[in-house]
Ligand binder design. Structure first.
Ligand SMILES: [Zn+2]
Ligand SMILES: [Zn+2]
Length: 161
């Protein structure tokens, strides 16, 4: 079966991208940094091998902030309107991309594998019962199926190389 191809873009329409296949994992993160960076309750990130995301048109820009772990968190945006499209986090570096699911044309395409940093969520936010929630992070081996654990290991190996 060929990989599913999905498209998305920024708020002004200048950037369009294509993402191929299914994510390795999807997090709905409620940490205070994600709240600050989005101005919202949380972020939904779908993690892919970086080469699965292809820019079809438009110019990108980047900003770097400090991740919770202390390393560089690179936010990739539309250079025209500033919409954040995906991020490179310290653990995987530029080998991995955390795609902001809200920028997909079909933002309902991916359901989170986990809700994380629930301890920091805005107090009025109700968490979905069907999705495992963790006060901070989780052991991916307990949540993800083996083939996705293998993809993650491969990516970590490339990042370490
Ligand atoms: Zn734009
Ligand atoms: Zn977060």
């Amino acid at each position: 079966m060929p990989d599913t191809v999905r498209e998305g873009g920024c708020g002004c329409g200048a950037v369009r991208y294509r993402v191929t296949g299914e994510p390795i994992f999807v997090n709905n993160c409620h940490c205070t940094q994600c709240q600050q960076q989005t101005g919202s309750t949380s972020v939904v990130n779908a993690f892919f091998e970086a080469e699965r995301i292809e820019v079809l048109e438009g110019e990108l820009s980047e900003n770097t902030v400090t991740a919770g772990s202390g390393g560089p968190h690179i936010i990739v945006r539309c250079a025209t309107c500033g919409t954040a499209l995906w991020s490179h986090y310290p653990r995987m570096g530029r080998n991995g991309s955390g795609l902001r699911v809200g920028t997909l044309d079909d933002s309902g395409a991916f359901t989170p594998d986990a809700v994380i940093f629930s301890a920091e969520k805005m107090p009025w936010v109700a968490l979905p019962e069907a999705i495992p929630a963790f006060e901070k992070t989780y052991d991916f081996r307990e949540v993800l199926p083996p083939e996705r654990v293998a993809r993650l290991r491969e990516l970590s190996k490339r990042a370490a190389a």
